[in-house]
Structures are given as C-alpha cells and as structure tokens.
Design a protein around this ligand. Structure first.
Ligand SMILES: Cc1cc2nc3c(=O)[nH]c(=O)nc-3n(C[C@H](O)[C@H](O)[C@H](O)COP(=O)(O)OP(=O)(O)OC[C@H]3O[C@@H](n4cnc5c(N)ncnc54)[C@H](O)[C@@H]3O)c2cc1C
Length: 448
C-alpha cells in the first residue's frame, strides 16, 4: 500500500504523545490509513539513547509490510545463530539457526542500532506527512465530548478524537489513568557499542547473537551496523538495590558482578559505557489500556523486563494492530477520518492485552532462569542442552504472525520443570567448586 499523505493543517485525527519507537511507528501506521497525526515529544529533538535492538520475525514481518525492511537490513545485521552459553564455563547450552528460523516464519531475525530503527520510522513519518513536534511535555489528559484533550507543561491544550499515550515506562497517562507503580527488578543494564576491531581478539562470534547466562548476571553480544560495530549488554543484580540503597547499579558494582565469569565475558566488561546505566524496571500487567478516547500503547501500557527482547516489538505490533482495525472497521466509501474509534479500540485491547501479558510474565520467568546458581544452574543447563530448537515450541507463540483477534493468538509453550533435569554426575562434581565460589562472591557483592 502506498502511504497516503494526509493534510497537516487543522485539527489532527489522532494526537500521539511520545516520539519513541512506539509513538513514531504508530503514527506512521495510522498515517498510512489517511489519518492526520500529530506527535508531541517532550525532548528538544527526536532521537533514541542506547545501543542495539534485536528484532524478531514478528517485527520484521511488519517492517516488510510497511516497506521499511530493506532499509532496516541495510542498516542492521542479519546474524547466523542465536547461541546461549553458560557465563561461568562458556559451555554452549542451545543454538538456534536463524536461517532456519527465517525459513519457518518467513522473515528474518535481525539486530539494529536503536537510533537507526528510530530514524527509519522518523523518516517514514515525515514522508507520510505526520506533524512532528518537539519540546512539548504533556502533563494531563481528559476525555471530552468529541474525543480527548491533553494539557502541556506550559498550560496550553490540544484536542483530537483520539489521544494515544506512548510516553514510555514512566508514563504520565498511566499514572493518571491507572495509578500503579513501576516494579524494580534490582537488576541493572550496562551497554556499549564499540568498533568491531576493538573486540576481534576477545573470542567473540561476530556472526551470532550470543547470550551468556550466569548467577545473577548475563551478558549479550552481537554485531551492528553491517558488522562494523559490536554491541554488548551487561546485566546484573545490584547488591546495593537489595540493600535498599537509592543510588544502585553504579559502576563499582559492575566489575564485582562479573568476577568469575569466562574469558570472553571478562574481556567484554571493561568496554562497557560507565557514564550511563539502566535500572531494569517493569510493571505488573493490567487489563485496561483504553480509557474513553485516551489509549495506552508501548511501554506506557506494557513495559517488560528485556529478557524476551520484545519491548520495542510489542510497541510496533500495537500500532500495526490498531491501524489494521481502523482499516477493517471503516466503510469503503467513508472519509479517512470517519473511524469507529470505540470499536477499533475495543478490538485492539481485546487482543493486545493478553499477548503482552504473556510476554511480560514470561520475561520475568526467563530472567529468573537465566540467573540461576548452584544446582539449579546445572539443572537449567541440562534442560537447555536437551531442547531441540528446531521444534520451535518456544518461539511459535511469539515469532508467528501478530494476532488481530484473540482466537488467532497461538497457544503458549509448556514449561519444563527444573526438577525434571538429568545432571551428569561428572558435570555436577566438576562444576561444584567454581560455582559455589563464584556464587558466594556474587551474593556478597564483594569486589574481588
Ligand atoms: C537494556 C535493554 C535492552 C532492550 N532490548 C530490546 C530488544 O532487543 N528488542 C526489543 O524489542 N526491545 C528491547 N528493549 C525494550 C525497548 O527498548 C522498549 O520497550 C521500547 O523502546 C519502548 O518504546 P516506547 O516508544 O513505548 O517508549 P520509549 O522509548 O520510552 O519512548 C517514550 C517517548 O515518550 C517521550 N515522553 C515521555 N514522557 C512524555 C511526556 N510527558 N510528554 C511528551 N513526551 C513524553 C519520551 O521522551 C520518549 O521519546 C530493551 C530495553 C532495555 C532497557
């Protein structure tokens, strides 16, 4: 479909609050349906902070429909494998052939710099005539007779038939409409994207996404920008957070958390950016995202812990689903703005709430599994080594086509109980000493 170019003058059909990946991708999706969209972003410029993003087939399928996949492929990398290793002894636990994965789902598993993906949507919005405004901080929301109204920090107001709050983890709309709080995981993420030459001698796998899972920590590596850059994410449980201190996750904790990990991880840690870190928070899933004509989307509706690498993807799917229902519910000869918003929002909420609840709860469970120690670590390793990734039981429910209706949502995988693992005796005894050693040091948070 060729993007329509809606007129930018006059009252918009939709106000989108927040110009992150969720806000921009949704603005673009709705502009393609001929709607007039205005995006209000509080920052002085549109942009993204951070490094790489993994985007799975349930996202690249949508990028392809939008005509943006080729651009994403040019800027990103299509890795060959996804490999999980034990962070202490570096043994391989599971290997997913991403070529096979692409054949199964029809679209690639990719990695891309988040600023590149954001810029792709920004350019697409500009081409589609989206009205993009910066330096606008929204402080309040209310429903009106004909839609909804937002209030800006400077006291100004704006109205539209629909207001989409895509204002992220600490959403003002979520605070006002739901009033719940963020949930701290006590884990913190450090990031780094460095020239590939800097890491070539570190034992890295340039063609793979590698995840090292260890006691109370994990480490992710993959190439970016056509292979010229290398992305690393180091995540660990902060002893200061556990002790209730306010200033937690600070760089002094980083080195201590990865003491005792294997050589490749050890060589990666000194390269992490130390001037900025991300305390890992999510929120409990909620059932209601639609409040009259104010609707939550992206992290404002469902901020996950990042272990499923689906946060930005869920936001992109949200916008795609909403736009598909707008198109479906509009009579063929109706004006683009003649949208049955109540029906479209009900359909959006009916399918997205449950899907995102599954991702949020699985991400929490996944994080616990990655960070196990002692015997449970060995049980996890044994189970992971026994799984045949080509069965796709753990990916079908998430990488398949995004559901538009609840009955299209695929069944979830059956969890494998840790207790069912068969640990080889030699492995248990070989791993006991270093494991207990590393575990004790990490639990105490001592810098060795
Ligand atoms: C370490 C880490 C790794 C991750 N890895 C992945 C991954 O591999 N794959 C993946 O899919 N996801 C990943 N995620 C998750 C992903 O980054 C987020 O889920 C996604 O960026 C959310 O997008 P959003 O647009 O909903 O929110 P945000 O990106 O937070 O955007 C919100 C926007 O709203 C603006 N805003 C906020 N308040 C206001 C206001 N009051 N008025 C106006 N504007 C406002 C902000 O300035 C911002 O531009 C990761 C997250 C982390 C922390």
């Amino acid at each position: 479909m060729t993007p329509a170019t809606p007129p930018t003058e006059g009252r918009p059909d939709v106000l989108v609050v927040g110009g992150g990946i969720g806000g921009l991708s949704t603005a673009f999706a709705l502009a393609r349906e001929g709607l007039r969209i205005r995006v209000l972003e509080r920052a002085p410029e549109f942009g993204e902070v951070g490094a790489g993003l993994q985007i799975a087939p349930n996202c690249t399928r949508i990028l392809d429909e939008y005509g943006l996949l080729d651009e994403a492929k040019e800027l990103g990398v299509v890795p060959e494998n996804m490999v999980m290793r034990d962070a202490l002894d570096s043994r391989e636990l599971i290997r997913l052939d991403l070529g096979d994965l692409e054949r199964r789902y029809g679209f690639p598993y990719m990695v891309i710099h988040r600023s590149d993906l954001h810029a792709i949507f920004l350019r697409a919005c500009r081409r589609a005539g989206v009205d993009l405004v910066t330096d606008r901080t929204v402080v309040d929301y209310e429903n009106t007779a004909g839609g909804a109204r937002i209030t800006l920090a400077d006291g100004g107001t704006e109205e539209a038939p629909l207001v989409i709050a895509a204002d992220g983890l600490r959403s003002v709309a979520r605070q006002k409409l739901v009033g719940d709080d963020v949930v701290s995981s006590d884990y913190v993420a450090y990031r780094a994207a460095v020239p590939i030459e800097q890491v070539r001698d570190n034992g890295i796998a340039e063609k793979d996404v590698t995840v090292y899972v260890g006691p109370r920590c994990h480490f992710v590596q993959y190439a970016l920008r056509g292979g010229d850059m290398f992305n690393q994410v180091a995540v660990f449980q902060s002893p200061k957070a556990l002790a209730g201190q306010e200033d937690w996750g600070t760089p002094d904790e980083l080195d201590a958390a990865f003491e005792g990990t294997c050589e490749t991880v050890g060589k990666g840690i000194p390269l992490m950016w130390r001037d900025r870190w991300w305390q890992m928070m999510d929120r409990d899933p909620i059932d209601t995202w639609v409040h009259g004509r104010v609707v939550l989307l992206g992290d404002a509706a469902h901020p996950p812990l990042q272990y499923m690498a689906q946060g930005a993807i869920m936001a992109i799917e949200d916008g795609w689903v909403l736009s598909r229902h707008v198109a479906r519910l509009r009579a063929e000869d109706a004006a683009p703005s003649a949208v049955d918003w109540d029906a479209a929002l009900a359909a959006y909420e009916a399918v997205r709430v449950e899907h995102c609840r599954r991702i949020l709860t699985t991400a929490r469970a996944w994080g616990e599994l990655w960070h196990l120690d002692g015997t449970e670590r060995l049980q996890r390793n044994a189970i992971m080594r026994s799984i045949d990734p080509a069965e796709y039981a753990f990916t079908d429910w998430v990488y398949g086509p995004t559901a538009l209706f609840p009955d299209e949502e695929p069944p979830m995988f059956r969890p494998v109980p840790l207790a069912s693992a068969r640990i080889e005796e030699d492995e248990a005894s070989a791993s006991d000493a270093p494991d207990a050693d590393a575990g004790a040091a990490l639990a105490g948070g001592t810098a060795r």
